[in-house]
Design a protein around this ligand. Structure first.
Ligand code: 3UK
Length: 508
């Protein structure tokens, strides 16, 4: 059971803990060009908090849109907003003006802190004059509207605003595998709760750890894994921009990282390159964002000797709520509910089903969901249980097995076929680098299984290869699941968070 005091400011709490543990002179964040100790990071946060509540004229509860790639300054801005009693609305770096405008409107923002490098797109957003006047840029050269220029004149220490544990501090938008972003709200105590659940019981993170990875801080997978979790234990966070599978491997070696967070597609691309790097520092590798195919888990293990920690999380619940590590890992399963969370599987009428039956995953826990939109709250949160969009199955020992997104289940000639199972089979073929499997409308069968395949270098698309892949799948799983159609692509459409955008494959 987690207990937090009724008055709680999560940033004050995180730093009080770290500093009491003697972290002041340890490195809190390493960026590409600069590193800050805990004491230095705290000073940056405090000066920004003064800017927010002083020259910017913000009040407690005001909402601040944040934009920036993963960088120490972006981290300091997010934390400062929370410490100043305001609400952070982080946005994904690649979003365009139209999408930003929609988020700004839905979240009713009062101010903007934006990296200078993302200025053009931000300025293209049609914002109320009052918000435009409260827009500052960081990491740029000029003094006009510069956050850093204002920070200089501020005191170096700021007393955290005395917020309630259940004051909203974060409005986070889902990355939208469907294309429509949904806003979710989280409290100060939710921030503490994610730090005290998965990292403690599954990761067993320690102050000696160095965290690294790809998810943007604007995605709660990254916010937790690459900032909040390390701060909670007084460890070091490495924040790097524009990582590729190759540069992430390089960075793991260079920064001696011990904990890595990224999506399955990255691990898949890293595995064949791993032997070129010294990865001895790596202890825990966490995969989330989409299903981890068994084939990817196995190739990662072969390449590095590490058992991948798979974990399903969601913006609604802030972070990972089903996972397993070490000898608790069961092949094919995501794992068991993280201590603190409960999960069950429901049928069409909302009744729980037993082991071996596929149904809809529902979750309840300390970080349960509050949607920004009331009608979503009504439809997707029942008695504190959050209905996810995932089709799952449980075994008799309480392990949870991902099958597909509920709306991605393929129904072909009366058979239910889960695309990810066909993907796992295809990924075992030596010519296949990446693949995405969808249902394509078909007169005779309702839907047919259609695979979109990216080949590894040195392989060419051909009718022979298509036939070979089809035969290969029939040899791996029940033959009726084989892809009747195969299309070859050079890359799959993915979100900034590494998720396959199946809806785009369907309309291609
Ligand atoms: C899917 C997975 C199978 C699943 C997230 C870790 O992904 C995160 O949040 P989003 O709101 O998406 C949630 C949906 O993504 N998913 C995520 N992880 C897995 N499916 N296996 C997995 N391991 O459909 C889920 O409903 O973008 C992940 C931490 C924080 C997050 N926000």
């Amino acid at each position: 059971e987690l207990h937090y005091p009724p008055r709680l400011n999560c940033v004050a709490e995180l730093f009080d803990g770290a500093l009491a543990g003697g972290a002041a002179e340890r490195i809190a964040i390493r960026g590409e060009k600069l590193s800050w100790t805990y004491a230095q990071l705290l000073e940056q946060i405090d000066r920004i908090a003064h800017v927010l509540r002083g020259p910017m004229g913000l009040e407690a509860g005001n909402r601040v849109l944040l934009r920036g790639a993963n960088h120490p300054m972006m981290a300091a801005c997010i934390l400062a907003v929370l410490k100043a009693g305001c609400i952070a609305v982080p946005t994904m770096p690649l979003l365009r003006a139209r999408e930003l405008g929609a988020i700004a409107g839905k979240a009713e923002i009062n101010a903007v802190l934006c990296a200078d490098g993302l200025r053009a797109e931000m300025e293209a957003v049609n914002l109320p004059a009052a918000v435009r006047e409260r827009t500052l840029w960081f990491g740029g050269a000029g003094a006009e509207g510069s956050l850093e220029a204002l920070m200089e004149a501020q005191p170096s220490s700021y007393d955290a605003v005395d917020t309630a544990a259940d004051d909203v501090c974060l409005i986070s938008f889902t990355s939208g595998t469907t294309g429509i972003p949904k806003g979710t709200m989280h409290f100060h105590r939710d921030v503490m709760a994610i730090c005290d659940c998965f990292p403690r019981s599954v990761l067993e993170s320690q102050r000696s750890d160095t965290f690294i990875g790809t998810p943007p801080l604007a995605f709660t997978f990254g916010l937790g894994g690459l900032l909040l979790f390390p701060l909670r234990v007084g460890a070091t966070a490495v924040l790097l921009e524009k990582l590729t599978p190759e540069t992430l491997l390089q960075a793991i070696e260079q920064y001696q990282a011990s904990v890595c967070f990224t999506a399955p597609t990255f691990y898949r691309q890293m595995a064949p390159l791993a032997d070129r790097y010294e990865l001895g520092s790596l202890k825990k590798t966490v995969s989330a964002g989409e299903a981890l195919p068994l084939a990817t888990r196995e190739s990662w293990r072969q390449a590095t000797g590490l058992s991948m920690i798979d974990g399903i999380g969601a913006t609604e619940l802030l972070h990972i709520f089903i996972s397993a590590s070490g000898d608790q890992i069961r092949p094919g399963a995501t794992g068991k509910p993280v201590p603190g969370y409960q999960a069950c599987i429901l049928d069409h009428d909302g009744n729980p089903v037993g082991p071996g039956v596929i149904g809809r995953l529902a979750v309840k826990g300390p970080t349960g969901c509050r949607y920004l939109a009331d009608e979503r709250q009504r439809d997707y949160v029942l008695n504190g249980w959050n209905l996810t969009g995932d089709a799952y199955e449980m075994d008799a020992d309480g392990y949870f097995y991902y099958r597909s997104r509920t709306d991605d289940m393929i129904i072909s000639a009366g058979y239910n076929i889960a695309g990810p199972e066909v993907e796992d089979a295809l990924l075992r073929h030596p010519a296949v680098a990446e693949c995405g499997v969808i249902g394509r409308a078909d007169e005779e069968r309702g839907q047919i299984v259609e695979a979109h395949v990216v080949l590894k270098p040195g392989h060419e698309a051909s009718p022979e290869l298509t036939a070979q892949l089809q035969e290969f799948v029939k040899g791996q799983i029940a033959p009726y699941k084989y892809p009747r159609a195969i299309r070859f692509l050079t890359a799959l459409p993915r979100t900034e968070t590494g998720k396959l955008q199946r809806f785009k494959l369907r309309t291609e």
